[in-house]
Structures are given as structure tokens and as C-alpha cells.
Design a protein around this ligand. Structure first.
Ligand SMILES: [Zn+2]
Ligand SMILES: [Zn+2]
Length: 703
């Protein structure tokens, strides 16, 4: 029996209870734990045998076993495949299986007793009957918006779908440029899956992208039940949708990373859209990658997994490259052309050194846009076309500065600057949330002349408005879209042509189609080129190519659509590959660098993070942990243990953070070491220098 207990509780193994009859494996029960009654899962024994006798030290005589409180028989049991998925994920990401199994179930489900569950199921059945009457064929209402006809397939789409149909199960990487029609491929693949009477699971990286995809699927499959799973649902909705999938009533499940753990008894297809997106990696608790688990789940269930992207992650690209260069684990599908006559936008690199030489330093300080770019924006406004200016930094300015004494608006609780937000005249820390009104004068010397340094979207919007009088300028970023429904409203205004120039962060660059957009400009991309994060160039390339993809979606305007990138380093290979729209060249150069530096996908990493009141305490814990790893024979296993270091963002909300990297060329070796090592770490955390928290991150996104 599994109940939710963290790994360090020492109660990682299933617990035994008395039952008056046999219980089906995977079924839910309510059991006493201490003084509480909690929900547990009847856990199948590993390898299909009866459970091994428990450790004699904690063996309980049968007479002392407590009986289960009640059975939740109304719910069909979770199937063996689901249990296997959870068992694998717990072992791989080093969590207790009971904790993971119960946290990936809807929270409401864990709270219900048998009677309450019965009522929920009855309500669900009633709702289903109502849905059926509502979606029954209706008379065509004159003037009602017509359902768009199913589009005919491009040559690339036909080739890809034929390969999928003939190839059967397995993992596929669909590399398709923006506008090549990947969604149509997902729809057709789902159609085949549904026709076979099976369920399709479609994962998207962000909750913002679910409504439009949901609408397209709903339109294409009227009469089919489609549900979603993401963090924007109420607990009651989440339970209802989960139940619809588990009971097999839903044919299609769309969701963010959490949906990878949905119970789908008739699973026939998994689609992972924008598979390169970092949001697929959970950043707390069990730090799983939904994309990687989707691949595992598909293989185990013997169903096709379709990973789609215009800029695949280097891991997936490597896996879809035949041996000996790559692993050849995935098969690759390519859609190199846009639908219709539209080509990809022309990429223009603006050399800021030349701009400075021609117009002087002042010109770029006043407005971070080259005069040529400003002219291009003006021309678009005059022609009634739209432009998008990408600046991946929100707020007005990243820091306030006193030129008299050198004071800067640091956060008192973090090793970070507080960002100046002009709209409410506040200084806000984006890490801990600490906010204050902007002081009237420098808090250190009293000089009233404190100035913003650098530039965020808020300031850029203001400056563009001054430079382009009469143009309608709008901004979309995390600050303008806080209220529910505001992002949809703002996007609708852009679609309706009420905006000439849109200023925004990466939020806008993802997935949205703007028909009238003919110019995309990235004004401050360089910072990622020299970041210490080894994935920064990969992210930048994906972001720029994705942003470029917003331009020229309308074939009539594709000929004149452009992407401008301002840079101090125009000869950088990343920009050369971008200008040529050459993902393959970019991937090849990055993979060569990763191979030389022993970084993923050529090495497996795990990061041990520690948080403490002092940096010394955090480092001391990590040093002790490193010693444990060496004692366990890390070196002879082929696992390298790097020295502990302070984290890149060292202090957040008055907590000091440090980390230590483990690396191995062999995944099983690293996994073996982690499994033996982690149970011993609790013992390292003793004495005065205790850490507040520690956690291991397998396959970390950043190191
Ligand atoms: Zn000062
Ligand atoms: Zn802070």
C-alpha cells in the first residue's frame, strides 16, 4: 500500500494493512496513518511477484497490522502501465514512489471518502448525458460562423503522415519550420488514433497555448469528448477532467506537463508540441521532464510518440540522428517548407558598431533602435502593416542608479537588482517579490537625481511612442497580462488590426499567428551569447527563430516580411545560422561544442542543490555529501563529482544557495550512485551547519 510520504521520511517502502478480501492492484483505499485517515494505492509488487518480506527491523507481526478504513471501489483501478510509469519516474528522478504517485493524482481525489466519490461519479455521468444532448447535430443557423473546411495537405505533410502510418509505434521527431503546418499533422495523427477507438494525449508547453489548440481540436472532432489538464483549472475541474480520462470517457486529452501522468486506459498516441520548451521540466518537487516521460510512456505502451518543433532540443536532435554520430533512437520527419507560397522572412543583421560609427554613441543611448530600424517601422505603420519588437526584459529599467554616489537599487533580500516599474513607480524584486515605492532621492546620499539604467519593455514602449507619433503601440508581457483573460483580449486587439507596433517579451514569440505582421525586430539579443548557462545559445536560437516565425504568415505579405536583429557581434555563428534559417548547421556546431565539453547529450548530469541561512552551511553540507559520494566509489563507477559552488543567483529571500554537479558518461552508473547516495544525505545534514533544504535535480535545465 502506498501513502504519500517523502523519501527522507524513512518510510519509502509500501506499508502493509489488513483487508477482509483481496484488493485489486492499482485500486484506491482509505487507510489509517498515525491518527489520520489518508488515501493510498494498492501497489503492485515489483516484477509481478508478491511483495518481498519487509526489512526484519521494521517487520510487523500480522496481529499488529491495522485494517484499511474503506475501499474506493467505485473507481476502476489504475492500470499496471500507469503504476509502472510512476515507479520509473520516481526511481529516475529520485523521489519516493508513494509521494510521486499521490501528488500526480488530482488533489481533490485524495480528499474524498467512498460516499463523496460516489456522488462525484454520479454527477460526472449526469454531465456527460447533458453534453451528449448539447453536442447532438443541430440545424444550421443562418449567419452562424461556418466550421472551416478541413485543409488539403501539403506535399511535406502527406509524406510525413504516410511515414507515420507505415512506421507504427516508436518515437518520432517532427522537425518543421514555423508555418509548415505541424498542427495539421497532429490533428490527422489524432484522427487515426480516434478511429481505432483509442485516446490521444497532446502536450503543450504553456497554459496560454491551450485555448487556441483546444479550439482547433474541438472544431475538428465535433461529438468527441475533449478535456484539458493544466494549472489554470479549479480543483473540481481538474478532478472532473482527470476522471473523464481515467474512465475512458474522454477521447482527447490536452494539457501541460502534469498531463503526462494522466491515467489513459486506451492510450493510442502522444504528441509533444514545441518539444524543446524548457517548461516541460518541472522545477520543484519531483523535477521530471514531461517530454522524456512521454517518450518512456509511449515506448512502454507501444504507441507512437510525436515530438514536434521548429528548433528541436539538442537532446532530441541527437536522438534522431542515426548512429554512430547520434543514437538513432528516434526517427526523424522533416517539413522544411511553409504552407502555401509564403517563404521564411529575410533575416537582416544590424551591426551596432557600424551604427555607432555612423550616428554616434548618443543615438543609441536615446533609443536602443538603429535609425534604419526606426525607419523600417515607420514605413510599416504608413503601409498599414504590423511590427513586433522583441525585448526579453519586462519593467521600465532593470535598475535605478545614483550618479552622485553610485547607489543602485539592489534587493535587500537577494543578490539581484530590483526592477523599476514606472507604471506604479515601484521598485520590485522579480525573485522574492519585495516591492517598495521609488524613493524621492538617493537613500544613501540624498541626491534627488536618480536615473534608470538600461531598458525594459515598459520604457521601450514609451520611447517608441515618442518616436512614432500617431502609431498605435501596445505592449504584452507578464505585467500586462496578470488579470485573467487579459492576454486573450490583447492578442485579439492585435489580430483585429488595432495595433501597429507590438512590444513584447518571449511570451508573444510563442505560437501565436499574426496575419498582418511583416516585421519582427530583436533589439537586445546579445546577452545570451556569453551566458554561463550552457543552454543559453540553444534557447536564444529557438526564441529568435520562433519570433521570426511570427512574420509573414500571410502568403500575400510573405515576400516583404523581415526579421531584424541588432547585434554587436554580427559574425557570431549563431546569427549566421539564423540568417540562413539553418537549424541543422546550428545544431551541428552546438553539438560539437557540447561533445568537446562533455555536456548533455554526451554526458548525464545531476545537480545537488542546498539552501541554508549561510553560504558556509550550504557549502559544508555539499562537501560532506561529496565525501559520501566518494566513499560509495563514485570514481570507480565513472561518476565525476565537481566541487560545490555558490549558485548563479546566490541569495534569494535571505536564503543562501549552493550546488554541486555530478556527471557521468553512463546513465546507469549515475543512477546507481544516486540511488545509493541520496538515502545517506540526511545523515550529512546534522550539527550546527544544517541546511534548510536540499534536493537533487536529475537532467537539470541549467547548471
Ligand atoms: Zn546617491
Ligand atoms: Zn529579492
Amino acid at each position: 500500500m502506498l501513502v504519500a510520504l517523502p523519501r527522507h521520511s524513512g518510510l519509502d517502502a509500501p506499508l502493509d494493512y489488513l483487508s477482509d478480501g483481496p484488493l485489486p492492484e492499482g485500486s484506491l483505499v482509505r487507510v489509517p496513518l498515525g491518527r489520520r485517515i489518508v488515501t493510498g494505492i494498492v501497489w503492485p509488487a515489483e516484477g509481478g511477484q508478491t511483495a518481498a518480506p519487509p526489512d526484519p527491523a521494521c517487520a510487523v507481526a500480522p496481529a499488529e497490522l491495522r485494517p484499511i478504513a474503506e475501499r474506493l471501489d467505485a473507481l476502476p483501478a489504475l492500470d499496471a502501465r500507469w503504476c509502472a510509469l510512476v515507479r520509473f519516474a520516481a526511481a529516475y528522478y529520485q523521489r519516493s514512489v508513494g509521494e510521486l504517485a499521490l501528488t500526480v493524482l488530482p488533489g481533490d481525489l485524495r480528499e474524498l471518502d467512498a460516499a463523496q466519490l460516489q456522488r462525484r461519479l454520479k454527477r460526472l455521468a449526469k454531465g456527460l448525458a447533458q453534453d451528449a444532448t448539447r453536442s447532438a447535430p443541430q440545424a444550421v443557423v443562418p449567419g452562424a460562423p461556418a466550421v472551416p473546411p478541413v485543409p488539403s495537405l501539403s506535399e511535406d505533410q502527406q509524406t510525413v503522415l504516410a511515414a507515420l502510418a507505415a512506421g507504427g509505434p516508436g518515437s518520432w521527431l517532427l522537425h518543421g519550420v514555423t508555418g509548415s503546418g505541424k498542427t495539421e499533422v497532429y490533428l490527422r495523427a489524432a484522427e487515426r488514433c480516434l478511429a481505432e477507438g483509442r485516446q490521444a494525449l497532446v502536450l503543450v508547453p504553456e497554459i496560454n497555448l491551450t485555448p487556441q489548440l483546444e479550439a482547433r481540436f474541438a472544431q475538428r472532432f465535433p461529438g468527441r469528448r475533449l478535456v484539458s489538464l493544466h494549472s489554470g483549472l479549479t480543483p473540481a475541474q481538474r478532478l472532473q477532467h482527470w476522471l473523464a480520462a481515467h474512465l475512458g470517457q474522454a477521447d482527447l486529452l490536452l494539457g501541460t506537463r502534469m498531463a503526462v501522468f494522466a491515467s489513459l486506459p486506451r492510450l493510442g498516441l502522444i504528441v509533444v508540441d514545441e518539444e524543446h520548451d524548457p517548461s516541460y521540466k518541472q522545477q520543484e518537487g519531483a523535477r521530471y521532464s514531461a517530454r522524456d516521460l512521454a517518450v518512456w510512456r509511449g515506448r512502454q505502451a507501444g504507441v507512437p510518440v510525436l515530438l514536434g518543433s521548429a528548433t528541436p532540443s539538442l537532446e532530441s536532435w541527437h536522438n534522431a540522428t542515426p548512429a554512430p554520430e547520434g543514437t538513432g533512437r528516434y526517427r526523424r520527419l522533416a517539413m522544411p517548407r511553409r504552407i502555401g507560397a509564403g517563404g521564411l522572412p529575410t533575416v537582416r543583421l544590424i551591426d551596432l558598431q557600424q551604427v555607432e560609427a555612423r550616428h554616434g554613441r548618443r543615438a543609441l543611448q536615446a533609443l536602443p533602435l538603429a535609425p534604419e530600424l526606426l525607419e523600417a517601422l515607420r514605413a510599416r505603420v504608413a503601409r498599414g502593416e504590423q511590427s513586433f519588437v522583441l525585448l526579453n526584459r519586462r519593467g521600465y529599467a532593470p535598475v535605478l542608479h545614483c550618479s552622485n554616489c553610485g547607489w543602485k537599487s539592489g534587493c535587500p533580500h537577494c543578490s539581484a537588482w530590483r526592477v523599476f516599474h514606472k507604471v506604479d513607480r515601484s521598485l520590485r524584486c522579480h525573485h522574492c517579490g519585495f516591492a517598495e515605492r521609488v524613493p524621492r532621492a538617493c537613500p544613501d546620499c540624498g541626491d534627488p537625481d536618480i536615473q534608470p539604467l538600461g531598458r525594459g519593455t515598459e520604457r521601450l514602449e514609451e520611447q517608441l511612442a515618442a518616436q512614432l507619433p500617431g502609431a498605435r503601440i501596445a505592449r504584452i508581457d507578464a505585467d500586462t497580462t496578470r488579470a485573467k483573460g487579459s492576454l486573450e483580449r490583447q492578442l485579439a486587439a492585435v489580430h483585429a488590426g488595432e495595433v501597429d507596433v507590438l512590444v513584447g517579451t518571449q511570451m508573444v514569440a510563442k505560437g501565436h499567428d499574426f496575419r498582418r505582421m511583416t516585421l519582427v525586430a530583436a533589439v537586445n539579443a546579445d546577452s545570451a551569447l556569453f551566458s554561463s548557462d550552457f543552454r543559453a545559445p540553444e534557447r536564444l536560437f529557438a526564441l529568435l527563430l520562433q519570433a521570426a516565425g511570427r512574420a509573414g504568415r500571410d502568403a500575400a505579405q510573405a515576400g516583404c516580411s523581415e526579421m531584424w536583429v541588432q547585434t554587436w557581434h554580427p559574425s557570431h555563428p549563431l546569427y549566421a545560422a539564423l540568417a540562413a534559417h539553418d537549424y541543422e548547421a546550428f545544431a551541428a556546431s552546438q553539438l560539437a561544442e557540447r561533445r568537446a565539453a562533455s555536456l548533455p547529450p554526451f554526458a548525464c548530469l545531476a545537480l545537488l542543490r542546498a539552501e541554508a541561512r549561510s553560504q558556509d552551511a550550504a557549502l559544508a553540507f555539499l562537501h560532506a555529501a561529496a565525501q559520501e559520494a566518494q566513499d560509495l566509489g563514485a570514481a570507480s563507477l565513472g561518476v565525476q563529482v565537481y566541487p560545490p559552488v555558490p549558485a548563479a543567483l546566490q541569495r534569494v529571500a535571505n536564503v543562501e544557495r549552493a550546488q554541486m554537479l555530478l556527471e557521468s558518461a553512463q546513465r546507469p552508473a549515475l543512477q546507481r550512485l544516486l540511488a545509493a547516495w541520496l538515502p545517506r544525505l540526511q545523515a550529512c545534514n546534522q550539527g550546527e551547519a544544517r541546511v534548510l533544504r536540499w534536493a537533487v535535480d536529475v537532467d537539470p535545465q541549467a547548471i
